[in-house]
Structure formats: structure tokens, C-alpha cells
Design a protein around this ligand. Structure first.
Ligand SMILES: Cc1cc2nc3c(=O)[nH]c(=O)nc-3n(C[C@H](O)[C@H](O)[C@H](O)COP(=O)(O)O)c2cc1C
Length: 375
């Protein structure tokens, strides 16, 4: 019987499914609910020392639906980090760990480019008993005027320096969360790992404009008649997330073997998760999926992942982690491989023709000459 139990950066988890930072981890009640339902870990909503600077607007979500209007396939948000008080968060971290000592609780933190602030937030969350950190370098819309989030994550030099500050005071694992709004996601990932982070989380949301309302002619989501580009998530982003996780995993294999990836972007099923693990994910995060389907979905995620493992004879996640990374190559190599295969097929067809020596029926003659003509 396969097992989903895994240990990542020393964190012992009953399964690799982790709630991604966002509304599903926004306070003590919902985080406790997640542990009760059996999630392996929860990354709390991103916090900062001074929540009074964080002011959210409404509406802050806009959705893209499938053609029949029944399914949400893309989700844009212009939500900022948590606007709840830092002291309240610290109290809640303690209470959650008291109630669920086995649950892996990860604090997502974000600050301005200020060493004292990063060190203070790290030390105070650590003292409250969280198991690990995720550094949010990746929110595409939030607080660029304060050079926070993606504004920081797009600059490997700045990001590397912040990771050094945090790692100098952190006694627990640190994952750096990457923005997909960059051409080469390996560059900031490399800077974070070089600065001592144990792992990379990817991807955060993709900068987007959901649409323009053709009645009002205003972009959406519309707040007082105006909008601002937001972050895109859910099912529609999975192909982009898979590509970026693959690129980070390839880099880690070559340059930082043993470092880990917490992969996410559009995961809704155990089979989605299997694909992220095949491309190098150690854990798999779900954020928008939980908003769509609720906390109990973790049971189905586990069942589907176990079914996949059983069908392939895998006993542990390590049996197939990164397995499919070896099947990527350049387009030029695909051309060469295909030409080689065509030559082989045509030689095989010729050999078959000679062996049969003229006793073909008419249909076979037409088929084989067509095959030869296309080769
Ligand atoms: C409404 C909403 C709020 C989010 N807030 C945060 C946040 O505070 N910090 C963070 O690191 N990521 C945040 N995210 C990004 C998610 O954690 C995740 O990286 C992204 O949505 C892709 O995964 P998904 O398709 O499973 O949602 C948020 C996403 C959504 C939809």
C-alpha cells in the first residue's frame, strides 16, 4: 500500500498537500478547520508588522468562467496581504500549534527593504512557534509603491539580500515564494537558494486584467469605476505553473541538489498534484481550489494521488519525484529524434516489403506506398 507521508526540510507531513497563502488561511478558525480536515500543512495569509498600512478594497475578485458558465477556470484578485493585527496573529499562531502540534504551520511574511523589519518579523513569528517561513516576494499588485512583493522578487540582488537577513536569524526552514511575472524564474530562485533558503515556492499569481465590461466599458474588477491589474490563479494557470516549476527543478538538480520545491498553480485534483511532483515538487499547495471546493477536498486529493501511485507501482512520493524532468529537451533535438525515427520506420517498411516478396494484396500495396511517400 503506497504512503503519502513525507518529510520535507525536516518537516514531517502526513501528506504533501499544503494550503497556499490566501483566504483559506486567513485566521485561526479556518487554519484549525484545515488541520481538522487532514491537510498536511497550512501557509497562513501573508502578514507584516504594521497591518494599518494595508487597506483592502471591494470587490477584489473577478472570475473567468467556462463556455457554459458553470465552471470557474480563472480567478483574478486584487487582494492585499492580511489587514489583521500582527499581535493578534502571533497569539493565534500559538493557539493553533497548541491545538494541532503535528500540523505544519508556515508563516508567510512580507516587509519593505529594511533589515530590522525582516529580522523582527522573523524572530517574533519563530518565537510564536511556527514550523517554517515562506517569504512572499511575489504578490503582483500589492504594495509596489513600498517596493514589496513582486517588486522585490523581480530583483535577484535585493531578494538575495533579504533572504540572507532572514536566514541569519531563522532557526527553522525558509522557503522563498517566487513571482511568475519574470522572464527567467530560475534567477531569483537561485539567489534565494544561494542565500541559504531551504526551498522555493512557486508560483504566485500572474499579473492580469480579467476583462472589460461591454455595458459600462470599465475594466474588471471595477472599484469606484476604475481597476488595477491583479493576480491570476486557478485551473487556467496550471500549464504556466508546471513550466516554471520544471525550470526551477532543473536548476536545483544542477546547482543545489537536495533543496526543495513547494509547487502550486491551478491544482484541483490528485492527478494535477502528481504532475507537479513528477516535475520536481516536494509538496503541493492549493489556494483557489480550496476557495472553490472547500477544505474537505483534501480527502479526494489524497485518494486520487494514492490511486495514481498504486496504478504505477510507486510506494512513496520519492519514487516518482522529478521523474519526468528527464524528458525535456530542445526543439532542435525533437526534430533530430523524429527524423531518426522516420528513417528507422522506412527501413523497417522496406525490409517487410522484401520479406513478403510480391504476394501483397492491393490494399496493402496502397498503404505501404503511402507510408513510404510520407517518409
Ligand atoms: C484571493 C487570493 C489571495 C491571495 N493572497 C496571497 C497572499 O496573501 N500571499 C501569497 O503569498 N499568495 C497569495 N495568493 C496566491 C496563492 O497563494 C497562489 O500562489 C496562487 O493563487 C496560485 O495557486 P492557486 O491556483 O492554487 O490559487 C493569493 C491568491 C488568491 C486567489
Amino acid at each position: 500500500m503506497p504512503t503519502l507521508k513525507t518529510t520535507v526540510d525536516g518537516l514531517v507531513m502526513q501528506n504533501p498537500f499544503v494550503i497556499g497563502s490566501g483566504p483559506p488561511g486567513t485566521n485561526l478558525q479556518v487554519i484549525m478547520r484545515a488541520f481538522k480536515e487532514g491537510w498536511g500543512g497550512v501557509i497562513a495569509k501573508t502578514i507584516s508588522l504594521d497591518s494599518t498600512k494595508v487597506i483592502n478594497v471591494s470587490p477584489r475578485y473577478a472570475k473567468l468562467k467556462s463556455g457554459d458558465g458553470k465552471e470557474v477556470i480563472g480567478w483574478e484578485n486584487i487582494e492585499l496581504i492580511s489587514d489583521r493585527s500582527f499581535d493578534k496573529w502571533l497569539e493565534e499562531f500559538k493557539q493553533i500549534k497548541d491545538a494541532y502540534p503535528e500540523g505544519i504551520l508556515i508563516a508567510s511574511i512580507m516587509e519593505e527593504f529594511n533589515k530590522d523589519a525582516w529580522c523582527e518579523i522573523t524572530e517574533r513569528c519563530q518565537d510564536a512557534g511556527v514550523d517554517a517561513f515562506e517569504l512572499n516576494f511575489s504578490c503582483p499588485h500589492g504594495l509596489p509603491e513600498r517596493k514589496m512583493g513582486a517588486a522585490m522578487g523581480q530583483d535577484p540582488g535585493v531578494l538575495g539580500e533579504v533572504c540572507e537577513w532572514v536566514n541569519a536569524v531563522s532557526k527553522i526552514p525558509v522557503w522563498a515564494k517566487m513571482t511568475p511575472n519574470i522572464t527567467h524564474i530560475e534567477d531569483p530562485s537561485r539567489a534565494a537558494l544561494a542565500a541559504g533558503c531551504e526551498g522555493i515556492s512557486a508560483i504566485n499569481t500572474i499579473r492580469s486584467v480579467m476583462g472589460v465590461n461591454l455595458d459600462t466599458l470599465r475594466p474588471e474588477p471595477t472599484v469606484e469605476g476604475y481597476s488595477t491589474p491583479g493576480g491570476y490563479s486557478s485551473k487556467a494557470v496550471k500549464p504556466i505553473a508546471l513550466r516554471m516549476v520544471m525550470e526551477i527543478a532543473q536548476m536545483i538538480r544542477k546547482e543545489f541538489p537536495g533543496r526543495t520545491i513547494s509547487a502550486m498553480g491551478g491544482v484541483e485534483t490528485g492527478r494535477d498534484a502528481a504532475q507537479f511532483i513528477l516535475l520536481g515538487g516536494d509538496t503541493v499547495q492549493v489556494c483557489t481550489g480550496v476557495m472553490k471546493f472547500g477544505y474537505p477536498m483534501v480527502k479526494q486529493l489524497c485518494e486520487e494521488l494514492l490511486e495514481f501511485m498504486e496504478s504505477k507501482g510507486f510506494e512513496t512520493l520519492d519514487d516518482f519525484k522529478g521523474h519526468s524532468l528527464g524528458y525535456f529537451t530542445t526543439h532542435a533535438e525533437l526534430v533530430r529524434l523524429q527524423a531518426e525515427r522516420k528513417i528507422k520506420d522506412s527501413e523497417a517498411a522496406k525490409a517487410k516489403t522484401v520479406a513478403k516478396d510480391g504476394d501483397w494484396d492491393g490494399d496493402e500495396f496502397v498503404k505501404q506506398s503511402n507510408d513510404l511517400a510520407t517518409n
